[in-house]
Design a protein around this ligand. Sequence first.
Ligand SMILES: *Cc1c(COP(=O)(O)O)cnc(C)c1O
Length: 389
Amino acid sequence: MRKVYFDNAATTRVKDEVIEEMQKYYSELYGNPSSIYNFGQLAKKAVENSRVKVARLLNSNPDEIYFTGGGSEADNWAIKGILSANEKKGNHIITTKIEHHAILHTCEYLEKKGAEVTYLDVDENGLVDIKQLEESIKDNTVLISIMFANNEIGTVQPIKEIGEIAKKHDIYFHTDAVQAVGNEVIDVKDMNIDLLSLSAHKIHGPKGVGALYIKKGTRIHNLIHGGAQEKNKRAGTENVPGIAGLGKAADIAYNNFDQKREKLIKLRDRLIEKIDKEIPECQLNGHREKRLPGNVNFSFKYIEGESLLLYLDMEGISASSGSACTSGSLDPSHVLMSIGLPHEIAHGSLRLSLSDYNTEEDVDYTVEKLINVVKRLRQMSPLYSKREE
Ligand SMILES: *Cc1c(COP(=O)(O)O)cnc(C)c1O
């Protein structure tokens, strides 16, 4: 049976070159970067080398990159660290209703501790309203945290405009760019971004390593206290192999940027057009154009996303759904609810997220199987037989 991996927004295959790069920091150059002898300094060199490569991908300075234990840690650090260091100015955060849980649950935790949080609405395509953002700014606002691109529906926000507003009002701007890195043009200088989170495993690097870009001069407290690593800002012996892997993945993302984007957009649009044409009563979720190159998200009427996933799995296809039965909650995804989908439509959603390992054959095979699975599930659905014609 054919195996198709269409869940690259969840995690990606580590590139062979990345594994090769990481290997030597386990078995040969396993020194501690804090050790002053040469063997330790060779490990330190790998860390500094990666810093340059990650910085190049964001157009930041290398000394503005701090390695973390992943995207969630970077998000936690940005929000908790800024709020804690700027208490004198205020305790109000502006974010959106469609953020990743690493942002939303951090904000909810801080609200319990007394912080004030505004969760901005998005429109039916998942876009933030710039005017509404500006109107929600108050004297005590210290941070705007808005994701670069959404992990479920792929919508890409007007980041440069948000950065301009933050700058105009002298408020820190953080963006969770975990899904955008390597897929969208990112320029932290041009876009007035003060803090940016990224994660290695979403760009064909290893799991459990990421980075937070912190603009020079930003007032931020530590999340992890301890040793003097990362210029006293993030303690703990560096994950040297992981960081070397992230550097290599960043390097590949930088060098293949245009080529990868072009390939993904072609595959994505082939997938969208075929599904649209071949399957009745479905709708694309997320913005049609302002969209990640590898994101496809459809809702199919009269169907449960969970059953869709199980049937696709039996055909060798790995995908994801906005239906939340697996997480023990009856509510569908907060993102799909925020763009105004009725419960039953949100429950019938399917996310197919692509990488440059995917092919046209993957797309065609998946559509062919999807047509049959949707047909079968609808035949079993009482809602479908009772629908109004
Ligand atoms: C995956 C993801 C994260 C979390 O990153 P981890 O490295 O898995 O902790 C945060 N934000 C977004 C948008 C993501 O897609």
